[in-house]
Ligand binder design. Sequence first.
Ligand code: CDP
Length: 200
Amino acid sequence: MGFTVAIDGPAAAGKGTLARALAAHFGFGYLDTGLLYRAVGARVSEGQDPVVAAHELSDADFARDDLRSVEMGGWASQVAAIPEVRQALMTYQRDFAARPEGAVLDGRDIGTVICPDADLKLFVTASAEVRAKRRWDEIGQSMPYDDVLAQVRDRDARDMNRADAPLRPASDAQILDTSELSINDVLTQAIEAIAALRNA
Ligand code: CDP
């Protein structure tokens, strides 16, 4: 089995940027697990049952151009609280994590539930205000900042307080607070950590 990196953290903490850069650096596969929940949320927003939606996902679901919208983030966190939805998405994530060339997965429960034996676990976080500002810039400031902040806080609360696989750092995760670190600083730290583990 290849090297597995689990990256968890709240909305817009910088997980995706870090995960993508690490995967590119080491030649690992990269899975943005949030997209799975967003794709289920998108089907549910159109009236489908969430559990049926989770079982029926196919490549076409990931080609939608509205998956990364603030609205789909809200739908995603609602369907993500349903245990049968999480269960339906588990095998795909675990199979991806076992890729022989290595894998980076980012999400909310990768280090705690999906890959409890990951070689490296990172928990990437930042203040809600900083994260909301990043998301606001990402969407071209196309809605009021206060609305984006409220959405981020709502989603944090829902993700942290759900009964099944709540958002929290694994006990053996390294915590990276990106409020005051640049993505390059974070990336350098993570590359060093992986290189040290692979050489050990
Ligand atoms: O990109 P961002 O951090 O805003 O969100 P995302 O990673 O795309 O995740 C969207 C939502 O899916 C989250 O708010 C969680 O409710 C849910 N999610 C989850 O429950 N477990 C995961 N492994 C990934 C996402």
